[in-house]
Design a protein around this ligand. Structure first.
Ligand SMILES: [Ca+2]
Ligand SMILES: [Ca+2]
Length: 166
């Protein structure tokens, strides 16, 4: 089951509010005070987050979304995940196929950004709701707070899935 929700004018308007682009060598992922912050570059980035296959105690950050993890963190040390995709047309994938990531706040920032949520093989309950100018994606009661994405895709896998649209 695949659902595509094209962003609202409110989301598009957030482009205007996005901050200036900063040049940097590549995307970054840092864990500090139990918050994992993933930062994209000023160009279009592909950023993927998932639990490690066969080891759900590890959380992988995959720059390029090429199935090769670039950074790995201890899941137990992460209480919150913040993704700032930066300028450029970014693709952010939250892959919960190996388990839930926990609370995620993701901001596509400037550019035309796409957020993909890959559900688990269990029966998922996906709710998408406008939350002011933000979009709140709730997967099995775990809140994903999304901002600055022009498109959100939900790939629910297996099980009996429910998806509520805006
Ligand atoms: Ca990679
Ligand atoms: Ca962006």
């Amino acid at each position: 089951m695949r659902n595509t929700i094209v962003g609202s004018a409110a989301l598009a308007a957030l482009l205007l509010a996005a901050g200036p682009a900063h040049a940097s060598a590549g995307p970054k992922a840092k864990l500090k005070h139990h918050t994992l912050t993933v930062t994209g570059t000023a160009k279009g980035d592909k950023l993927a987050l998932r639990l490690k296959a066969g080891n759900p105690k590890r959380l992988e950050v995959d720059f390029g979304d090429n199935a090769s993890a670039d950074k790995t963190f201890k899941k137990a040390k992460i209480k919150k995940i913040v993704v700032k995709a930066g300028a450029g047309d970014d693709r952010v994938r939250l892959d919960e196929g190996n388990g839930n990531l926990g609370a995620v706040t993701a901001d596509g920032q400037a550019g035309r950004d796409v957020l993909t949520l890959d559900g688990s093989n269990a029966a998922d309950k996906l709710d998408l709701a406008a939350n002011g100018t933000r979009v709140r994606f709730t997967e099995n009661a775990v809140a994903l707070d999304l901002n600055g994405f022009e498109e959100a895709d939900a790939n629910a896998r297996g099980g009996v899935d429910q998806l509520a649209k805006l």
